[in-house]
Design a protein around this ligand. Structure first.
Ligand SMILES: O=C(CO)[C@@H](O)[C@H](O)COP(=O)(O)O
Ligand SMILES: [Fe+2]
Length: 227
């Protein structure tokens, strides 16, 4: 997985048909997705439960590109190897999920994956200041984690600007997660983000038997950022 700062759309399969994950992953890639974003929730760190490493391993053969695993779980460390072995290219842990994020990031890289750190809306950009040599991606949550379809929190755009300035020319992605659609995407892209996660705004109107709307929705987000 090589680094580049071009705009990438990463549909979140939290908004996909859970009975057809394999086909959904293949459909969104065929419709222009750059990465596939996989939301793991434990009902403890966040008030919702999704799935674990076995599901990630099951969908891996259906994803040709980057599998971007967002862990909303606490503790994180006991599960890192399992998600790496499931084929995650990027594993992102929350800075709020435990007292030893530096150790967690070391473990992610040690397991052979790219290391991401996520910040909840109430966590300042400065939380990653001493982690920049440890991370490949910083994920700015623009909703409170746990559910798809929530409203974008506009105060986070300033955090993205601060992170862009802090990161400079280091090869670190800035990812935005939550409430991304053609209206909000240009705001964060202009502030310096390069990976845009979008769940409801990509999957709305389509299905595995009618995937064309996925492509239209992805293009609408991309075009809004280009415009
Ligand atoms: O991590 C999360 C939510 O906790 C996200 O990845 C959501 O899945 C994004 O969904 P939308 O806000 O785009 O509907
Ligand atoms: Fe996510």
């Amino acid at each position: 997985m090589s680094f580049d700062r071009s705009l990438k759309i990463a549909p979140s399969i939290l908004s996909a048909d859970f009975a057809n994950f394999g086909m959904e992953c293949a459909a969104i890639e065929a419709q222009g997705a750059d990465w596939v974003h996989v939301d793991v929730m434990d009902g403890h760190f966040v008030p919702n439960i999704t799935f674990g490493p076995a599901t990630c391993a099951a969908i891996r053969p259906h994803i040709k590109g980057v599998m971007d695993v967002h862990l909303m779980i606490a503790p994180v460390d006991p599960y890192i190897d399992a998600f790496a072995q499931a084929g995650a290219d990027v594993i992102t842990a929350h800075v709020e999920a435990g007292p030893h994020i530096h150790r967690t990031l070391q473990a992610i890289r040690g397991a052979g994956a790219k290391a991401g750190v996520a910040l909840n809306p109430g966590t300042p950009a400065s939380a990653v200041e001493y982690l920049l040599d440890m991370v490949d991606l910083v994920c700015v949550m623009t909703v409170n984690p746990g559910f798809g379809g929530q409203k974008f929190i506009h105060s986070q755009v300033e955090k993205v600007r601060q992170l862009r300035a802090m990161i400079g020319d280091r090869p670190i992605h800035i990812e935005i997660d939550g409430g991304v659609d053609p209206t909000t995407a240009p705001l964060v892209a202009a502030a310096g983000a390069d990976v845009l996660v979008a769940g409801s705004a990509v999957f709305r109107g389509g299905s595995v038997t009618n995937p064309a709307p996925y492509g239209e929705n992805i293009r609408a987000i991309r075009n809004a950022c280009a415009g």
